[in-house]
Design a protein around this ligand. Structure first.
Ligand code: SF4
Ligand SMILES: [Zn+2]
Ligand SMILES: [Zn+2]
Length: 318
């Protein structure tokens, strides 16, 4: 590959991005990521300069980089860390939380960090909510996703944030898109967007401002910015289908740089034109307990889960 020089100033580059044929030095790479993020936010009307933004932070490179970019760009951005109570022999959640707090103290002392501890709020961690038997890791991850979505939405609405943002990168988005396409899951395909506006039915607005960056770019941004982040993936992500999809996409990307970016962007263009005309989304109703929108009659899936948790805690105490 040879040594690449920064396209802007000819200094030694820190990264070469073959899909853009672009090499940049540290200073110009940071500026490029920040400018591209702002352009992406504006292009998709994600939020306005005066909006209050809630960043869901996990302690990983993507979400911490996103928080950093938003603060550097002058947005009013606060953090939300949900302690899922994942231990798996390595104190994963505890360590993740420490990285988040360290970032907050170093880069965001003027912002708020909301920490939500599931075990103290609902009496159970995510692995405990999932139980020990049937379904294994898949069930655990689907419960984890459900809990995270519900709690992020609740906090964003209760605390009056205009939008909630997550650090999903292009590798994440392309892998999810690949899975949804293999199953032709129309409902998920229609809801897969870099921005989903707030709905009167009780769903907070959501946006993914880093969805155009490859994972290696968000990692490089964090490293060049001196952000300390948890490098381990969640121990329960091992064997996940989305990781296999990432591998397939990576091997295609290696043969033809830009494949992932094109796959995702072409999808967004097709989605905008209306890829599935005539498809009607299920009607949502308010959950009688938490008032969040749900597609099923009666309690929403989260309230059914936590009501069961409360019941079994009660039984254990009795
Ligand atoms: S991999 Fe870990 S963090 Fe991700 S959904 Fe599964 S349990 Fe939750
Ligand atoms: Zn340069
Ligand atoms: Zn509910």
């Amino acid at each position: 590959m040879g040594v690449h020089r920064c396209r802007k100033c000819a200094a030694q580059s820190v990264i070469y991005m073959p899909q853009h044929r672009l090499a940049l030095c540290a200073e110009h790479f940071l500026a490029w990521v920040e400018k591209s993020t702002l352009d992406f936010i504006a292009k998709h009307h994600m939020f306005e300069p005066l909006d209050r933004v809630l960043v869901a932070v996990s302690g990983g490179k993507d979400s911490l980089s996103l928080w950093r970019i938003l603060l550097k760009s002058g947005f009013q951005a606060d953090g939300l860390y949900i302690d899922l109570g994942i231990d798996a022999g390595g104190a994963y959640s505890k360590r993740s939380g420490e990285y988040v707090r360290k970032f907050w103290r170093t880069f965001a002392p003027e912002s708020q960090l909301h920490v939500l501890d599931l075990a103290s709020l609902y009496g159970k961690t995510v692995p405990e909510m999932a139980g020990r038997r049937a379904g294994g890791r898949k069930k655990l991850c689907s419960i984890c996703g459900l809990v995270k979505r519900h709690e992020m939405n609740r906090v964003a609405r209760e605390l009056g944030y205009q939008v909630m943002v997550t650090g999903h990168n292009l590798d994440d988005e392309a892998a999810v898109l690949f899975g949804n396409t293999l199953r032709w899951d129309v409902e998920y395909l229609l809801r897969q967007a870099p921005v989903l506006p707030a709905e009167e039915s009780g769903l907070a607005g959501k946006a993914k401002p880093l969805a155009r960056f490859y994972e290696r770019e968000t990692a490089a941004y964090a490293i060049v910015s001196n952000i300390d982040y948890i490098e381990d993936e969640c121990p329960f992500s091992k064997g996940a289908t989305s990781l296999r999809h990432k591998e397939v996409l990576n091997s295609m990307e290696n043969g033809s740089p830009g494949t992932k970016l094109q796959f995702y962007h072409s999808f967004l263009r097709a989605r905008k034109k209306g890829i599935f005309p005539g498809y009607e989304r299920p009607v949502l109703q308010a959950c009688p307990k938490c008032a969040q929108a749900t597609g099923i009659p009666g309690l929403c899936a989260f309230c059914r889960l936590t009501t069961d948790a409360e019941k079994s805690i009660g039984e254990e105490i009795l």
